[in-house]
Design a protein around this ligand. Structure first.
Ligand SMILES: C[S@@+](CC[C@H](N)C(=O)[O-])C[C@H]1O[C@@H](n2cnc3c(N)ncnc32)[C@H](O)[C@@H]1O
Length: 332
């Protein structure tokens, strides 16, 4: 793995000073976007008087704190599944079946919308910690709500330009425009493209590259993230740095998971591994090699997770994601 990327960078650092600072910085967010407008997402707002920061995403160890002034959380919601456009209606008299477009209201009842993004305290702290490292020409994979670039500006980081690439046209049009309008004095390029494609075709070099394009902190994304890092390596200056949202957490969680399942061969088959090639690869190794010591297995897991590169995009699905979930399965 490239030296420009530190897998142990802690973007979850949390203390009183960071919390105060994050609360002080006011970010801009989009006005109401209604579900009825045909965008890929819509907005919702929630007033909160306290929030929980998850110190550990898997053990669910949290710190709760109360805020003096109520905070308005901005939530970006999106439809849960893309593929279900029609539903079949049966006429009870004639028995005739017809396909009808699914009304959004019904769709949302059957498949409750997902919160895609928000400025909750967890998201804010991650982005704030990552932004503290930005310098020079910055490349961002995934605009989202634009929290990361806004922290870069608020922290007055020594940044010359910021190029933000997003594959969602509506995010580019709506949030991209919001960024350009809100920070007219900053050099911001908003690009509608996939970050993979952009990195393969650009001739520019960047001093900082920040990725946040995967849906949650599940270690099954790590081979794909390694692929993004390998592409970034080629377009980053020699002293540049690459950051990936939550990498340390997923990396450590994978190693903890390996430890848990290594000693329990009878549990391997219980996991749904269809979309989790990361864990599948480790289990294949366990199945093959019986004479490795604990330390050798640890080294294998560590080397494998940091150095396996796979361009395949991984969908967000409900599969086990964490050492905590594995622990629960094992002890079930
Ligand atoms: C969770 S959001 C990022 C939030 C962002 N870090 C912030 O500060 O608000 C993820 C974004 O990545 C975009 N995205 C997902 N896959 C992508 C890809 N392969 N290339 C470019 N953008 C992608 C999504 O459209 C979405 O806007």
């Amino acid at each position: 793995m490239t030296k420009k990327f530190n897998p142990l960078f802690e973007d979850k650092e949390f203390n009183e000073a960071i919390l105060k600072e994050v609360q002080k910085i006011k970010l801009v967010f989009p006005d109401l976007i209604d579900r009825s407008e045909d965008f890929s997402f819509w907005t919702s707002y929630k007033v909160v008087f306290d929030e929980e920061f998850q110190l550990d995403m898997n053990t669910h160890e949290t710190v709760e704190y109360f805020i003096r002034d109520p905070k308005i959380l901005t939530l970006i919601l999106r439809q849960n599944y893309e593929y279900l456009d029609n539903f079949t209606v049966k006429d009870v008299v004639t028995g005739e079946r017809t396909d009808r477009p699914m009304p959004k209201e019904l769709y949302d009842i059957l498949f409750p919308p997902r919160v895609w993004m928000s400025d909750n305290i967890n998201e804010s702290i991650h982005m704030y910690n990552a932004a503290k490292n930005a310098k020079g020409n910055v490349l961002v994979g995934g605009l989202g709500l634009g929290i990361y670039p806004q922290y870069i500006f608020a922290l007055n980081r020594p940044v010359d330009s910021i190029t933000i690439v997003d594959s969602d046209k509506d995010i580019v049009d709506i949030i991209g425009k919001l960024m350009l309008d809100s920070f007219p004095d900053r050099k911001i390029n908003i690009v509608h493209d996939s970050i993979e494609n952009f990195m393969q075709n650009t001739s520019e070099k960047f001093d900082t590259v920040h990725f946040d394009t995967w849906g949650d902190l599940n270690f099954k994304f790590l081979f794909y993230i390694n692929y993004l890092i390998s592409l970034a390596d080629k377009i980053t200056t020699e002293n540049g740095s690459i950051l990936a949202w939550g990498y340390k957490h997923m990396y450590e969680d994978f190693l903890a998971s390996c430890k848990l399942i290594r000693d329990k061969p009878d549990t391997w088959e219980r996991f749904y591994l269809q979309d989790n090639e990361v864990m599948m690869k480790f289990i294949e190794k366990l199945k093959k090699e019986e004479k490795l010591t604990e330390k050798e297995y640890e080294e294998y897991a560590n080397d494998m997770i940091l150095n396996t590169v796979d361009p395949k995009q991984i969908p967000l699905t409900m599969s086990f994601s964490s050492s905590n979930a594995i622990n629960q399965r094992i002890n079930f």
